[in-house]
Design a protein. Structure first.
Length: 461
């Protein structure tokens, strides 16, 4: 594979990451924007019990789901097929919706309201009263109540004690490491409970500019995403992205200097250690693309769903490791991706059955593992084992796969008021601080003070 071929692979997978779309990315096809619909699921051959229930008890229903999956994708509709097999009187149709809330509003105006949406902004959907409060459905549903969610998982979807969404997928990060460089520099495979100090020491050891080798791949993802875990890992913030206990304040506003030290970790690797390159530094040593992809860096980071696309592309041996442990705890950065029921839906009970099947049944979760690579939402041994053995993760370290979901905590920027402002700040941290070598101490305080002002205004409403 040429470096240009690898560049195209990286472009595709970056699009998948930054839009948080867990489509089945591969090296040949970039998800295309479309306004089309996915072909409705056709009821499979039902069991005698289901067949009797269909003919005697239920009118046929079609659910319309606004999602970011293009019509040509063949993997994600498998969730609809699995659901329709269980509920053969319900047909599910996917409607491409780049922005879930915008598409919902358009569908209502057209007289064909979507029943379920993949939220672009849960905060906006709640504020504009576009989505159902799911609490009554959850409280009366014995099957839902018995599902073994990980402790605190559903809190991510609540506002003022009300449940507004379930997850259509849980994406978490891994550290990727180059086995060839590991061997070349006499380093050992990372342990499950390795630390950020171990990471830094190994990165330094594998930095050899004369050979064109650097410890850490040139990528904004360290700044945009992984840095969000550092204050929590070191015990200086109780939540991801330096949020306080009740998510009412961001602690990167200068009020807790240690938080800024934590957020400065990758800046130190670049400026002090020389083991991390930005675009300018990479150009100076004639590296034109991601250095990990061409075998010139020891470490990289990526979310689970893009790993299968890397399998056949990298010209060296590599594997995955857990996110390292900080001075206080071991936490991994991840995303929960909310999906909600439209207030305008004419089939709310059926829509509840769909999102419950998706997120709160073992059958739905196992289906999701097989094509989406989604992390399990439960510590249930059966689900953890199924995840680690999913086909999309074949060949990767199974112990890492089993261990990582349990330490993953999720980006609050998808759920809290002022979510857009918080997310944009960390996006700019990658776009500006990474490229211009601005320290976290200089970058964050004034910006997070503004975020906190907006957050307080929204909380006061």
């Amino acid at each position: 594979m040429t470096k240009y071929g690898l560049f195209n692979v990286m472009k595709v997978l970056t699009i998948c990451l930054l839009t948080v779309v867990m489509v089945a990315c591969n090296s040949n096809n970039e998800p295309q924007q479309s306004t089309g619909t996915t072909e409705p699921t056709k009821p499979s051959e039902p069991s005698p019990v289901e067949s009797q229930a269909t003919s005697e008890s239920h009118e046929p229903i079609t659910l319309r789901v606004g999602w970011v999956i293009p019509p040509e994708n063949q993997d994600w509709p498998k969730m609809f097929e699995a659901f329709t097999k269980k509920f053969p009187w319900i047909t599910v149709e996917g409607v491409y919706a780049e922005n879930g809330e915008d598409e919902l509003i358009k569908s209502i105006a057209a007289g064909q309201p979507l029943d379920v949406i993949w939220n672009t902004s849960l905060d906006r959907a709640i504020e504009e009263e576009l989505i159902e409060d799911l609490t009554p459905y959850a409280e009366k549903d014995a099957e839902f109540q018995s599902y073994p969610y990980r402790e605190g998982y559903l809190d991510n979807f609540k506002r003022d004690g009300k449940l507004y969404a379930l997850s259509r997928g849980n994406d978490g990060f891994f550290i990727l490491y180059n086995k060839d460089l590991l061997k070349q520099y006499g380093l050992e495979k990372p342990k499950l409970d390795w630390t950020w100090e171990d990471f830094r020491t190994m990165a330094k050891a594998a930095t050899n500019p004369g050979a064109g080798h650097f410890g850490v791949a040139n990528s904004v993802w360290w700044y945009n995403f992984v840095s969000m875990a550092m204050p929590m890992a070191n015990g200086h913030a109780p939540n991801m992205a330096a949020m306080n206990e009740d998510f009412s304040k961001n602690l990167a506003d200068g009020s807790v200097p240690e938080v800024l030290d934590d957020l400065n970790f990758f800046h130190d690797l670049m400026v002090n250690d020389g083991s991390l390159l930005n675009t300018k530094r990479a150009a100076e040593v004639k590296i034109e693309m991601n250095s990990f992809h061409i075998g010139q860096s020891l470490f990289f980071t990526a979310i689970g769903p893009v790993l299968p696309g890397f399998k056949a592309q990298f010209p060296f041996e590599w594997d995955i490791a857990t996110m390292p442990k900080g001075t206080a705890k071991q936490v991994n950065f991840g995303w929960l991706s909310p999906m909600s029921i439209s207030k305008a839906s004419k089939h709310k009970e059926a829509a509840w059955e769909l999102i419950k099947f998706w997120d709160a049944t073992k059958e739905g979760q196992k289906t999701l593992f097989e094509f989406g690579g989604s992390f399990p939402n439960s510590d249930d041994p059966e689900l953890v084992e199924a995840f680690a053995n999913a086909k999309v993760y074949e060949g990767f370290d199974k112990e890492v796969l089993k261990y990582t979901p349990g330490i993953t905590r999720f980006d609050p920027a998808r759920f809290i008021p002022a979510s857009q402002e918080l997310s944009q700040t960390f996006t700019d941290f990658g776009a500006k601080a990474y490229e211009e070598e601005i320290s976290a101490h200089d970058f964050f305080p004034s910006r997070m003070q503004k975020v906190n002002e907006i957050l307080q205004q929204k909380l006061a409403k």
